[in-house]
Design a protein around this ligand. Structure first.
Ligand code: FRU
Length: 498
């Protein structure tokens, strides 16, 4: 295995240098996870879009390879997906050695169409198909094809979900050979429509692990108009019969005037499902090639509102990182609502367990911790009004306070510091179903010498909040209990040092 990254980030994938955005073509094949990504091989701006490439055996240690698919003067290579063509339906491989087939958006000014490339060496060298594009509607914002094999009980067929971004529509097409596509149906506009729809994904999950109760999850990224401002990703649970997706709880089609910039209140947005309540989790899609109960998502840990202005580090030229890989599952809550759950697909050995029972006021959990860390914290509110985790930097004035408050029933993340980068002024929050129960699993890592990232999984991973923070390593972690005490409170800090 390659060594764990010695530079930041330590637990998240980032390219050595240059611009990166969406994860593309996530596929597990022959024991390796392949991660392709929107990449500019020549600079730190969103330009010359190509597919970068990295692989990992454990989703923690990544090896970066040469870019896989390069832009040319006819088109940029926008987002898309990869499948392993096991039945050699495309004819690009053989039955023994199936080709990897990528469907991506060939993006030219005023025209976006779906194109194909294939690899016969396991995903490293790619050839653009000479019959491209394979699906062209003659429109300017048709993009982000995610392809999967649909099992209809017979031979099965390929299904592609892609968006007409400006129309807030997901389009479903089918194919027998990955090159000829026919229209099946569409979904939307519905639900959150304050921006363009991008990077859809759709997959089945068994509710609470029950194989007789399988539902389909449709992910749709939205920019702007997300729940935390700017870019965000929502999900809809429903049923897919091989042709049409039907939401369990249909969202009414919104009036046309809402189809642009905002227009939907926070209250309205909170009625929908969001994979993340923070501002920095976008364009998330899942791996092909894993079992249904291993469905794993990676998203871009950034927001289009300020992605181009994130301060770079001194030694790293990259601008952004991916989220942790997240295992997805589905559960049904007390009122029958189907909810997505996420938990990190990687782990750290737990730190020493700290007993916080009866604590009122503040307790330092760990001081001067350098590198990545995971903070676990469980408790039940006694008479306390709120509980906070303060994360402070030893080397600058950056500070984050994460607060769970019994009256508001919410967890809120507040960032402060002199050198707060643009866009870090908002305080994202999420509502809990059981506000007196504390169940936090918080992951922090350095993006570079100026910016770090926090991913907070709460309420069994049914609420997740991802945010870039101006708190650099080494850091001190302090719990503050306000207005009373907690019951059964325990915390631990696990470290992945420098
Ligand atoms: C989402 C997105 C996609 C597009 C890609 C271009 O972040 O806008 O819709 O394919 O980025 O880089």
């Amino acid at each position: 295995l390659p060594p764990v990254r010695t530079t930041s980030p330590r637990m998240h994938f980032a390219p050595r240098n240059n611009w990166m955005n969406d994860p593309n073509g996530l596929v597990f094949h022959d024991g390796l996870y392949h991660l392709y990504f929107q990449y500019n091989p020549q600079g730190v701006e969103h330009a010359n879009l190509s597919w970068g490439h990295a692989t990992s055996a454990d989703l923690l240690r990544w090896t970066e390879h040469d870019p896989a698919i390069l832009w040319d003067d006819t088109a940029q290579i926008y987002s898309g997906s990869v499948v392993v063509d096991h039945g050699n339906t495309s004819g690009f491989g053989t039955d023994q050695d199936p080709a990897l087939v990528a469907l991506y958006t060939a993006a030219a000014p005023g025209r976006q169409a779906q194109a194909l490339a294939y690899s016969t060496d396991g995903g490293y060298v790619w050839t653009k198909y000479d019959g491209n594009p394979v699906l062209d509607r003659g429109t300017s914002d048709f993009r982000d094809p995610k392809v999967f094999r649909y099992d209809d009980g017979g031979d099965g067929y390929w299904v592609m979900v892609a968006v007409e971004a400006e129309d807030c529509q997901v389009l479903f097409h089918r194919s027998d050979d990955l090159t000829t596509w026919t229209f099946l149906s569409s979904y939307g506009p519905a639900g959150p429509v304050g921006g363009v729809w991008e990077c859809p994904d759709m997959f089945p999950l068994a509710v609470d692990g029950d194989d007789d109760d399988v539902r389909w999850v449709l992910l749709i990224s939205l920019n702007p108009g997300g729940i935390a401002g700017g870019s965000g990703t929502h999900y809809v649970v429903g049923d897919f019969d091989g042709t049409t997706f039907r939401a369990s709880v249909p969202h009414p089609a919104p009036p046309r005037e809402l189809l642009r910039d905002g227009g939907q209140s926070r209250d309205e947005l909170e009625r929908y499902g969001w994979i993340d309540f923070g501002p920095d989790c976008y364009a998330g899609v899942t791996f092909d090639g894993l079992a249904r109960d291993e469905r794993t998502l990676i998203a871009w840990m950034d927001n289009w509102e300020y992605a181009g202005r994130i301060p770079g580090g001194d030694s790293n030229e990259h601008r952004s990182a991916m989220t942790l890989p997240r295992r997805l599952s589905l559960t049904r809550d007390e009122v029958g609502a189907e909810r997505l759950r996420q938990r990190p697909a990687v782990d750290l050995d737990p730190g020493e367990s700290i007993d916080l029972a009866g604590v009122a006021g503040s307790v330092v959990l760990a001081e001067g911790v350098a590198g990545a860390a995971r903070v676990g914290f469980t408790a039940t509110f006694g008479d306390a009004q709120s509980v906070e985790l303060h994360i402070e930097s030893a080397s600058d004035d950056g500070r984050v306070v994460i607060r769970q408050d019994r009256t508001s029933g919410r967890i809120e993340l507040v960032r402060s510091g002199e050198k707060m980068p643009l866009g870090f002024h908002r305080s994202p929050s999420m509502r809990l179903d059981r506000p007196r129960e504390v169940g936090w699993d918080l992951w922090i890592d350095d993006l570079n010498e100026r910016v770090s990232s926090i991913e907070l999984f709460a309420q069994n991973g049914e609420r997740v909040l991802t945010a870039l923070v101006p708190v650099t390593s080494p850091r001190t972690y302090t719990v503050v209990v306000i207005g009373g005490t907690l019951h059964g409170a325990r915390a631990d800090v696990a470290e992945r040092g420098c």
